[in-house]
Design a protein around this ligand. Structure first.
Ligand code: F6P
Length: 506
């Protein structure tokens, strides 16, 4: 049986301006004592940068990835603080405000970055949680660093959280933080959201520290996942590796004295995007004009295909290029009529698997272009850059076919952004069934990216889709996303976290 408290985590609390006494949202987070609401993630929404980096303003630029895309809109409207790493090794930065958000930086040394971030987070957990597409590496020194750094994030929260505050911990880099918070501060309401998939117990079993990870996550009152299959996988692991008794996706968690400390729940909360921002940009004359210019600059091809990804082996970029190259070879597509724009934003460049992927993708693009380009037309316009959201929306408006061919993806917000930008209900989305977004975007052209012939057929269906069918599909997908934007995601999660849960064990 459950009953509901207020979902408004700032209700009855002082406002930003009241607490700083300045009336200004630009004052530093350092002026506060304690916060009633704290988000904690590995990265802050902004990263340290230098003047020569694209998008760098006043020494800061937007951090990469879907997590920031999803959380930043809520945090600009919320009276809370964001604890995270600011992207530069060995630099101590005092709490500050940026873009209307109070930020509390956590310092990582060059060693922490190598062992905790590049090592355990991105060469152990990342491949393990993404269907072992790349082989995960298990090193005890990396695990030690993971524990040490998780403790530092937990301490930063503990030092800044008001009595009874709500703390929302984000993603796989910080899975030990919920339990660390629970032990030090039982007064806190603790939520956790995993932005990436959670693997089935048969794969999770490989992790030497599987019990500690499950135990860490069960420190939360509510553990959120992208898909219900992820929540199910987590609870099956809790049962198998900790012997937890799971009923209706709930576990009674016991302290060292054997007494129940709290009930931890697991549930799916599919993440979304800032619909208002994308729809407004898609209507802006300069953004529309830029989309037209992109098409002109490419020589006015009949069909523009688009891929937008972090340069990551989970995104299926190699499979996409293979299918596209074969379509050119087969003569089903020609460079006069079609161009593929592939935006591959730089990511985790010091991790070996990412270095290898970049070499392979760039070699393949060079090979395709060398074989098929003419003086007038190019097969693949490859861009190893990150772009501001305005440019991304222009690309979405220019693209007739969007290719999302992930081999495994927690959600994939690019798919949702593309659909949202298509205000005229045209264009086609080719979407991998292994992306979380496939659960919501059922009218996309769903496919298995491992099946290259199937992928080729699906791309051709998208290229040749009749306007009536395209419009029917796009309309249905847009309705789904417009009705489920990121504000609803965060308010649903926080409302569920605020619920008082009583489990009937009879
Ligand atoms: O959502 C997955 C995620 O790893 C986020 O946690 C992260 O912010 C984003 O992708 C980008 O990855 P990174 O922080 O390693 O550059």
């Amino acid at each position: 049986m459950e009953d509901s408290d207020s979902a408004d985590h700032s209700a009855g609390k002082t406002t930003k301006a009241e607490r700083t006494g300045t009336g200004s949202a630009a004052s530093g987070a350092g002026e506060r004592d304690h916060f009633d609401f704290i988000v904690v993630s590995n990265r802050l929404p902004v990263d340290r940068c230098s003047a020569e980096d694209t998008g760098c303003e006043d020494g800061w630029r937007r951090s990469p990835g879907g997590l920031v895309t999803a959380l930043a809109p809520m945090m600009t409207k919320t009276d809370g603080a964001w604890v995270g790493w600011h992207g530069a090794p060995d630099e101590t930065v005092e709490p500050f405000s940026h873009g209307g958000i109070d930020l509390i930086p956590v310092q990582l040394s060059a060693d922490d970055i190598e062992l905790f971030y590049e090592g355990f987070s991105n060469a152990t957990l990342w491949p393990l949680y993404h269907d072992v597409i790349a082989p995960p590496e298990f090193h005890r020194t990396w695990w030690d660093a993971y524990r040490r750094v998780n403790r530092r994030f937990a301490d930063a929260v503990i030092g800044n959280a008001a009595e009874g505050a709500t703390v929302w911990v984000q993603d796989y880099q910080l899975q030990l933080v919920p339990k660390m918070l629970r032990e030090a501060r039982p007064d806190l309401k603790i939520g956790f959201f995993n932005h990436i998939p959670f693997p089935p117990p048969e794969i999770f079993a490989q992790l030497p520290w599987r019990r500690a990870i499950i135990d860490g996550l069960l420190g939360a009152d509510l553990v959120g996942f992208q898909r219900s299959s992820d929540a199910g996988n987590f609870m099956r692991s809790a049962r198998r590796f900790l012997g937890a008794s799971v009923k209706q996706q709930q576990v009674h968690v016991k302290g060292s004295d054997g007494q129940t400390t709290h009930i931890a729940r697991a549930q799916a909360f599919p993440i979304s995007i800032d619909v208002k921002q994308i729809t407004e940009l898609a209507k802006r004359p300069d953004v529309i004009e830029r989309a037209e210019q992109i098409r002109r600059d490419l020589g006015n091809p009949k069909t523009i295909l688009l891929g937008v990804d972090r340069l990551d082996y989970t995104k299926g970029i190699r499979h996409r290029l293979k299918a596209y190259e074969e379509l050119l070879q087969d003569g089903k597509l020609t460079v006069k009529d079609a161009t593929l724009i592939q935006v591959a934003s730089p990511s985790r460049e010091r991790v070996e698997q990412y270095r290898l992927l970049r070499e392979e993708v760039e070699g393949t693009v060079g090979h395709i272009n060398g074989t098929f380009d003419t003086m007038e037309s190019t097969a693949v316009r490859y861009l190893h850059h990150s772009y501001p959201i305005e440019e991304m929306v222009s690309l979405y408006l220019a693209a007739d076919v969007m290719l999302v061919t992930a081999l495994r993806d927690g959600m994939n917000l690019v798919a949702k952004e593309y659909v949202t930008a298509r205000k005229n209900n045209d264009g086609a989305l080719v979407l991998s069934e292994f992306a979380g977004a496939a659960d919501q975007l059922k009218q996309a052209l769903l496919m298995n990216p491992h099946d290259i012939d199937g992928l080729k057929d699906t791309i051709m269906r998208a290229v040749n889709m009749q306007p009536g069918e395209a419009s029917r599909r796009m309309r249905a997908m847009r309705k789904q996303i417009l009705d489920h934007d990121v504000d609803l995601w965060s308010s649903d999660f926080l409302a569920a976290l605020a619920e008082k849960v009583v489990r009937d064990d009879s």
